[in-house]
Ligand binder design. Structure first.
Ligand SMILES: [Zn+2]
Length: 447
């Protein structure tokens, strides 16, 4: 701690007494964890408002907020400030993973270490509300957490809604406990679903989640559900389990007209398709290097409930169909969100899976900008629209949250370049890549 304070004093001395230091060399330690006012100097800035790269810009952050974006030549740097030399690097907003299920504290770090600075929790133990508070207070290295309370019909793992009265109570309890959203699951009966939606409207809490089977896709979109959590939900509630492309236009139109967001979550469908009827595939997946950062509680316990390798046949045609459907949704202007369903889904590493979801978006035919937009601008719009208390997020823009990724390569040329990190800023706190990797190794050793 003393060393850190001395270091800051030393840095302040340089910046306050040598005005030419504005363009001078930047002190970079091998491992950094800096929580103070920061300027990124000479960056290629990708604001994500559009697909333009602003060459040689500087971005200033203060108290966790982006306060200034200017051509590097015109920026006057106030003192004291920590400078990050971003020459030749690319600065973009942090990514949002809009479909996660965090159960354990050790699930959280890998998101940040992979550039994910916002997550939406889609159901699980209510300890997430404690993690959300700890993240907001910067007590843990964590993305900003938004959380939904899980509601289902008979046999629910969360709140139960088999009748209208139960559904109404569930919404009341979820809202009063401070959850940001209600998440609905498959088996809620139509009467209960209607009551749930009425109560949610009355209590001003948005409803997101699965295609609830009884009311069906048309019913839930008409009722005002604001997000569909997987593209595959349309297979079960609109496409009648077929891959009939003739049904796509009407599905796209009704979704577009409803204003609902869709989280295609293709990484999950792809992961399941790869395992389906393929004994041995799971072992291959578990041998991936990133699996060492996944909690053994998932690998040894929770994941045991799945075994897709013993299923007959394959679901490759459905996977291809969902890619076509996702492209049509995108073409029609339906707002799409990145989301991975981690760490819940067997064979997907939390944090790392965001690259696979991006890759899937591009495989559908989206441009890298469109794919990245699903995890930045659009996710931010969704949060800004439905969580009124949250600070704007998802763009590099003044007064937006200082959630940023600094990259060594241009992600608009290839989404894989999102892996080429120099560091991540989370809520104004700068974590260099060296620091992040140090934390990740500590995490892996703790298992
Ligand atoms: Zn899920």
């Amino acid at each position: 701690m003393t060393v850190k304070i001395l270091y800051f004093l030393f840095l302040s001395f340089i910046t306050c007494c040598d005005k030419s230091a504005k363009e001078g060399p930047v002190a970079v330690r091998p491992s950094e964890d800096i929580d103070k006012d920061i300027v990124f100097l000479h960056a290629n800035v990708i604001t994500m408002e559009n697909d333009i790269v602003l060459g040689d810009y500087s971005v200033y952050t203060k108290n966790g907020i982006i306060t200034k974006i200017e051509p590097a030549s015109s920026l006057v740097i106030p003192d004291p400030v920590f400078k990050i030399d971003a020459t030749g690097k690319y600065l973009m907003p942090g990514l949002a993973d809009m479909h996660t299920h965090i159960w354990y504290k050790e699930d959280i770090l890998p998101y940040v270490a992979n550039g994910v600075t916002t997550i939406l929790h889609m159901g699980g133990p209510s300890i997430i509300l404690q993690f959300r508070a700890e993240a907001a207070a910067k007590q843990i290295i964590s993305p900003t957490i938004f959380a939904s309370g899980f509601v289902d019909g008979p046999g629910s793992r969360g709140w139960l809604a088999t009748t209208a009265a139960e559904a109404s109570t569930a919404v009341e309890e979820i809202k009063n406990a401070g959850w940001d959203f209600v998440k609905v699951y498959n088996s809620i009966p139509t009467d209960a679903y209607t009551a749930l939606m009425d109560k949610a409207r009355e209590m001003h809490i948005p409803v997101i989640g699965h295609g609830v089977r009884a009311p069906g896709m048309q019913g839930i979109l008409n009722a005002g559900q604001v997000m569909i959590a997987h593209a595959e939900e349309y297979l079960y509630t609109y496409f009648n389990n077929t891959t009939d492309e003739a049904l796509i236009p009407s599905a796209v139109t009704m979704t577009k007209n409803s204003g609902a967001y869709v989280t295609p979550n293709l990484v999950t469908y792809e992961t399941i398709a790869r395992q389906w009827g393929q004994p041995g595939m799971l072992q291959q997946m578990l041998a991936q290097p990133e699996m060492k950062y996944v909690s053994p509680k998932w690998k040894n316990n929770n994941w045991g409930q799945f075994d897709f390798t013993r299923r007959a046949g394959n679901i490759n045609a459905q996977y291809d169909f969902l890619k076509i459907f996702t492209k049509k949704l995108s073409d029609a202007g339906v707002p799409l969100l990145l989301g991975t369903d981690t760490p819940f889904m067997i064979g997907e590493a939390n944090g790392f899976a965001i690259y696979d979801d991006l890759r899937n978006m591009v495989a559908c035919g989206l441009t890298p900008y469109q794919a990245l937009r699903a995890g930045t601008k659009t996710a931010g719009e969704f949060i800004n629209k439905y969580v009124v208390t949250s600070r704007p997020v998802g763009l590099i823009k003044e007064n937006y949250k200082a959630d940023l990724i600094l990259l060594n390569a241009n992600p608009l040329l290839n989404v894989e370049n999102v892996k080429q990190r120099a560091g991540v800023m989370i809520n104004g706190r700068w974590l260099s890549e060296a620091k992040l990797q140090e934390e990740m190794e500590r995490l892996a050793k703790s298992f």
